[in-house]
Unconditional design. Structure first.
Length: 445
């Protein structure tokens, strides 16, 4: 009981501090778990727990470091300029079209199953438009995250693969029947984008952008003659557009096929991109230094999150929290375990990592559900429902990347997005129940 209270207390205190802006996420991720570990009497082993957490998250930190550098070089070289230009022609200064365009772009890019890639491309393409029109960047971060949360349910995405491995079922058997529910969720996100875009249009109206806005001769706010315009133009490599596109496509294929570990793929791709686009050594150093700020802010948060997860797991708080859940479910609700799993997947994947939920909690729930005629594959599908909420967790590294690139506050992003994330999860749950992806009351679907 003590570990359960410590676990939930630690998460609640952490969320309260950052949402109330009493501490920065970086400081809170380090200090809050240490304080709770000491309160729980784990002072003698807290150092080992922190190091274990850092070791486990180190590959993710390395991957994000070189992913930021790689896509930074691609942005400098102008790989995404045609996308920005085409979007600019389509949206024509209309906030509604910009918000809907943001969602469509995020949905398409999210097919690669990697949220970090989605965020970097979407923010690079769309943030200048939001700044130029004075739009709320939280709409962009909200829709990009929700799109990633739904599209990441593909078999090559992390959650589905984890659920399949944990319950020893085929990822295709989980995903293929789930496609209609995913489709309904996508429609819900598009509907939300229309609603948020309409709100922005009413607030700002439609702006007539100059023909060359956001291109040469304009700064990041769309103001003519910006001080960085000439420098940015000199960095463009239009003759290498197709070379850079081919390299990025090869990288995406390599990510999907798992040719090499993600950190290694991004390290190799970054090195090739830097040499191809900027063979001059002095310019290479300037490109790395230019993006060092983004790298430091994101990677520092990643390693701080490693301390949080290391203490959460090392103290046994995660296991205690999961077992407390089972203890409060009455036997009479056993036939509804699939629906219960779908509902609790929202808070539980928020409070703990995907690994902890899928490999620690889900097998326990699935074993209990089989006694009521609910199959493992049905439980696996139910466990995926909460993923849009999961991405709001302070334990998700890519979310720090998103808010860092968009220059929005993490707590503001959570407050703005949480209600919409819960709504998308409930829409997916309703669609899944309607088409019989898992049972209402223990009758196999």
């Amino acid at each position: 009981m003590m570990l359960t209270l410590l676990g939930f207390g630690m998460v609640i205190v952490f969320m309260t501090l950052i949402m109330a802006k009493r501490l920065s996420p970086l400081v809170a991720l380090i200090l809050v778990p240490i304080v709770f570990a000491l309160l729980g009497g784990f002072g003698s082993s807290v150092d080992d727990m922190m190091l274990d957490g850092i070791r486990k998250i180190a590959p993710t930190g390395v991957m994000l470091m070189f992913a930021i550098l790689y896509f930074g070089v691609m942005i400098d070289a102008g790989l995404f300029d045609p996308i920005v230009g085409r979007i600019l022609r389509l949206v024509k200064g209309d906030p509604l079209r910009i918000v809907v365009g943001t969602t469509v772009l995020a949905l398409l890019i999210s097919l690669d199953g990697d949220g970090s890639t989605t965020y970097m491309i979407v923010v690079a393409a769309m943030l200048p438009l939001y700044r130029r029109l004075g739009m709320n960047a939280l709409s962009m971060t909200c829709l990009a995250m929700l799109s990633s949360g739904v599209m990441n349910l593909t078999p090559w995405g992390g959650p589905t693969a984890r659920a399949a491995a944990a319950l020893h079922v085929d990822a295709g058997d989980i995903f293929v029947p789930l496609v209609p529910a995913i489709g309904v969720s996508i429609l819900a996100i598009l509907g939300l984008s229309f609603y948020l875009g309409l709100h922005e249009r009413r607030r700002l109206g439609t702006v007539n952008l100059p023909a060359g806005a956001l291109h040469a001769g304009y700064d990041e706010d769309g103001v003519p003659g910006g001080p960085t315009s000439e420098d940015d133009d000199s960095l463009r490599r239009p003759r290498l557009l197709w070379v850079n596109a081919a390299l990025t496509l090869a990288l995406m294929v390599g990510l999907i096929l798992g040719v090499l570990p993600l950190p290694v793929l991004f390290m190799i791709a970054f090195a090739i991109a830097l040499v191809i686009n900027y063979p001059d050594l002095a310019e290479q150093r300037r490109r790395v230094a230019h993006h060092a700020g983004n790298v430091l802010s994101v990677v520092a948060l990643i390693f701080a999150a490693g301390i949080f997860t290391g203490i959460l797991s090392g103290t046994g708080m995660v296991e205690a929290m999961s077992r407390s859940l089972l203890a409060v479910i009455p036997d009479a609700l056993g036939p509804y375990l699939a629906v219960i799993t779908a509902l609790v997947s929202m808070p539980f994947t928020f409070f703990m990592s995907n690994d902890a939920f899928y490999f620690g909690v889900l097998p326990i729930l699935s074993d209990a559900a089989q006694g009521y005629g609910i199959s493992a594959v049905e439980m696996a599908r139910a466990s995926l429902i909460g993923q849009p909420v999961h991405l709001l967790s302070p334990l998700v590294p890519s979310t720090y990347l998103l808010v860092g690139l968009a220059a929005v506050d993490f707590g503001d992003h959570q407050r703005f997005t949480l209600k919409w994330a819960v709504l998308v999860c409930l829409v997916m749950l309703a669609a899944a129940l309607a088409i019989g992806l898992f049972p209402w009351a223990g009758v196999a679907g």
